[in-house]
Design a protein around this ligand. Structure first.
Ligand code: PEP
Ligand code: CO
Length: 449
């Protein structure tokens, strides 16, 4: 067991067992790539990281709500203007709906600008008698089933850093240029959405926010300036520990070590072993962090995660991203919530209603049902409220595109529709309309209290 008094350094995780790491055949090339990464400038700053931690502390107190979303896995080929702006648009629209319906300020965190490494159930994949390393994300190897493409290539770590930087640069420029200004929600319309029934409800909300803004500005005699602009933060699964370590730095006038590749790294469900390398790495960084937990996580282990990862009980530091599944949440969450509340640990409860609700159709397509996702969310709200606390955030796999990967929702996507525009290579995502509908239903759940 790791304890606070044990010394920590950005590489102390290397003395533990690190799961889900690629096997690089060329160690010299790997060392050179890591050394170069370590010399490149950071992608985010400690000021932004501290701001996010404060906002997450407010969410843990019930004063804000976290909306985290994006692709299961980003691809380098999606690093282009339309794909990035569509993702921003849907997250902005969803957050506007949550602000309006839920009456809470929203923290927006994208699963983007670095979500390039994926855990896999097996190290190797066999097709037609040929066995090759599994695809582990664009930052590690190629998707194409050839030896050249599947052998992990350290150069891809540099390409990952660059693509994260390009993505973030565009997002920052859009936001600075007024894209996220609440006065101009028309900029967030997506071209292919014409007569969706959801649009009427959404348009009413936009109009009412516009009216409130104009009212406030009349009252204060000027523009609301910064208060009408919104922030975006980034997050990714902190899976590839050499990559994370290379960006773990000290900054002037602050103590401790910051992971400057993203604002909020999270620990995946497969890599949260208490004695494992990921926990060792994460316990030493200053960033707010997320940890996935599932229905098999014993309540005592959840409490140990709190004491190892946040020994000083700093508000906003620790977010549990719960992915139980609609079938399991009613049995799994109450004892976990009770144990954490009893321990006095300060945490933010965030529901990931996607990863426990993945299923495979008879024809072998990986999908999720809108109703199961919603059902898990409803349970998360009511169970936590019965336990005397509250759900403070949600975590979705979604896209601003018009894909057909999840079943259900008002637009009525059926199992037979899935093959029409199924694009993901990893997990199925809510499409644009399903995401907006989910936000509308979520804001009703929030308003119910
Ligand atoms: C993910 O978020 O894409 C993921 C792999 O989730 P989990 O760690 O919960 O399985
Ligand atoms: Co996923």
């Amino acid at each position: 067991m790791v304890i606070k008094s044990q010394p920590w350094s950005p590489d102390s995780w290397q003395r533990k067992t690190a799961q889900q790491q690629p096997n690089y055949p060329d160690r010299i090339k790997l060392d050179a790539a890591i050394a170069q990464l370590a010399s490149l400038p950071p992608l985010v700053t400690s000021f932004e990281i501290e701001l996010l931690r404060q906002q997450l502390a407010e969410a843990a107190r019930g004063e804000r709500f976290l909306l985290q979303g994006g692709d299961c896995s980003e691809n380098f080929s999606d690093c282009e203007s339309d794909a990035i702006s569509s993702k921003l648009k849907i997250l902005l629209q969803m957050s506007l709906v949550i602000v309006q319906g839920g009456k809470k300020r929203v923290i927006r965190i994208g699963r983007f600008a670095g979500q390039y490494a994926k855990p896999r159930s097996s190290d190797m994949e066999t097709r037609n008698g040929v066995t090759l390393p599994s695809y582990r994300g664009d930052m590690i190897n190629g998707m194409e089933f050839t030896p050249e493409s599947r052998i992990p290539d350290p150069e891809l770590l540099l390409r990952g850093y660059e693509h994260a930087g390009l993505t973030l640069n565009f997002i920052r420029a859009l936001i600075d240029g007024g894209f996220a200004d609440l006065h101009h929600p028309e900029l967030w319309r997506l071209g292919f959405v014409h007569n969706s029934p959801l649009m009427n409800e959404y348009t009413r909300m936009v109009d009412s926010i516009g009216e409130s803004l104009r009212f406030m500005e009349t009252l204060t005699g000027g523009s609301l300036g910064d208060s009408s602009r919104v922030d975006f933060f980034t997050s990714h699964e902190g899976l590839h520990l050499l990559y994370e370590q290379a960006h773990t730095r000290r900054v002037p006038r602050r103590t401790g070590w910051y992971n400057l590749t993203t604002h909020l790294p999270w620990i995946g469900n497969r890599t949260r072993a208490l004695d494992g390398a990921h926990i060792e790495y994460f316990r030493g960084i200053e960033n707010p962090i997320g940890v996935k937990i599932d229905a098999a996580t014993p309540p005592g282990e959840v409490c140990e995660l709190c004491s190892v990862l946040n020994p000083d009980n700093i508000p906003g530091k620790l977010t549990f991203i719960m992915r139980f599944g609609a079938k399991h949440i009613a049995a799994a969450l109450p004892p976990i919530a009770d144990a954490v509340i009893k321990s006095g640990a300060k945490v933010l409860w965030c529901s990931d209603p996607m990863h426990g609700n993945t299923e495979t159709t008879a024809s072998g397509i990986k999908t999720r049902r809108f109703d199961n996702v919603l059902n898990e969310l409803e349970h998360a709200f009511s169970i936590l409220s019965d336990a005397g606390t509250h759900l403070g955030g949600v975590h979705f796999e979604l896209t601003g595109d018009d894909v057909t990967e999840c079943i259900g929702g008002a637009s009525g996507i059926t199992e037979a529709d899935l093959s029409r525009d199924y694009r993901t290579q990893v997990d199925p995502r809510l499409n644009y309309e399903q995401s907006l509908e989910m936000a509308l239903l979520l804001s009703r759940l929030m308003a119910r209290k």
